[in-house]
Ligand binder design. Sequence first.
Ligand code: G6P
Length: 613
Amino acid sequence: MCGIVGYIGKQEAQQILVNGLKKLEYRGYDSAGIAVINEQGKMVIAKSKGRLANLESKLESSLEKDALKGNIGIGHTRWATHGEPSDLNSHPHTNQKNTISVVHNGIIENYLRLREWLITKGYKFYSETDTEVIPNLIDYYYENDLLDAVMKAISKLEGSYALGVVSAKEPGKIVAVRKDCPLIVGIGKDEAFIASDVPAILNYTRDIVYLENKEFVVLTSNGVDIFSLEGEKIEKEICHITWNADAAEKAGFEHFMIKEIHEQPKALRDTMTSRIVPGKSINLDNISLTKEDIEKIEKIYIVACGTAYHAGIIGKYVIEKLARIPVEVDIASEFRYRDPIINDRTLLIVISQSGETADTLAALRHAKSKGIKVLAITNVVGSSISREADDVLYTWAGPEIAVASTKAYTTQLITMYTLGLFLAQNKNTLTSEEIEAIKNDMLTLPEKAEEILKNKEVLQKFASNTYMHKDMFVLGRGIDYAVAMEGALKIKEISYIHSEAYAGGELKHGTIALIEEGTIVIALATQSDLYEKMISNVREVTTRGAKVLGFTVEGNTNIEKTVDSAIYLPKVNDILLPVLTVIPLQLLAYYISIQRGCDVDKPRNLAKSVTVE
Ligand code: G6P
């Protein structure tokens, strides 16, 4: 949902901004722009509709390059909310005098009212964006003190924002502030940065300050000062980032998605390290949930969006089966507005790769406002969700860049199993032998995932025979149905084929009407107790002409009598199979997307991190 970056220091700002935006393109990529205060003290802006590459070619022209020479600037990569992607609607936006520039991530909910009010004060508007009110509001309050004007302006804003602001009248500073959208500050030697995310500036500094809501930062080449809403100076902890920028590079793979699919064995291992150890009880870092707290829990809500929501559905099967606690899974945008029944015997689990998803964060805050404990599962240390939850379980997947989530999902599943076992251990719903057996099986998953990644031919062939189809159905029963949802999402989000997950037994209640000669069906039949039932469902569709790719575990070769081609998964405890089942589905979506010539890592209309409602 838009990426912002800012630089002030002694180096040329232009290239640093563009490099930063390259790392943030996953947040939105329908237009990009930068504003630099040049050596003559003038505000100069370059922006361009489309991918960042368009802006780069614009900047290549020597005229633009020279005009944009300067040591201070801000940049933006956009995911359109208000106004179509166009040069005009791209950020940075300025006041009419072109002295104040703003980059914005978020949504200003009262922008229409502010716009009308500013028009009565003589201001003119040129774009369709909500953002354009901000530089004009700052202009309205400006009396030779940019920080003061930004503070006054944001007191009028409703909604969410991360803002970077520069003024040609004060060419030695950037002012930034956030509310409900991520923003970090980087501190270098004689230079400072702002960015929506750490990788954007990791090539320049590893010293990061995480801003809280409505904290203001003034960056100069001498350092950064942070202020509260009341204008008081605040001392903040500087966090030193230890992970490597290379983790966010493609490392020889053609796309981030395929690289991240291949990183799963390692990510699974990393997420289990120190938590799942043979012969030792489950160790969940430092979470505060005590045995007494767990005994009190009558109901668990799991709330999330997108792929993380699908991990939550697996979590329901796992926790109910292992710990016998009722679990309800909800989409965060539904949960937050439906006045859910929660009390002090409820535990809320939120799952979010980024830790910044607006609806998930709102669900967390809703529960906390009712005094409910919140346990977060997230991949991003220092994210808003990690900071606001009572307890955090990190998935150690490493940075995930491709919009379609892969390794985040499988590590979320691992975390769900770990949590399920932890709850079972505390509630004595499983014997220690039973827990030990599942743990030992979990520890074999990375190796089994590696095995699956070696056999891609069947999937490549299936993709090349089916990529022109308009519809696909993914069927499953029990926990396979939950995996089917994630498989169908992968296919639709990166290949734009309509794909739908269906519970095997439910198909005949309407949707089977869509099955005709040649319809593509992917049937997941991995669960031993449901295998025969699933095979009957497959027969129902093959009888009507469907072409079926079946998934089952090694040994069930009789599936070949019913399906057109088969994928065999290594044997492991049934409940753990989703971690393996999803991998060929991810690969299949990837190969179909490539065959169709789609932009795998940056699918149309999507963004990796959805920080607006
Ligand atoms: C976006 C992404 C999805 C992701 C969802 C939730 O829609 O494109 O891949 O699953 O947000 O994101 P989160 O960061 O909260 O897991």
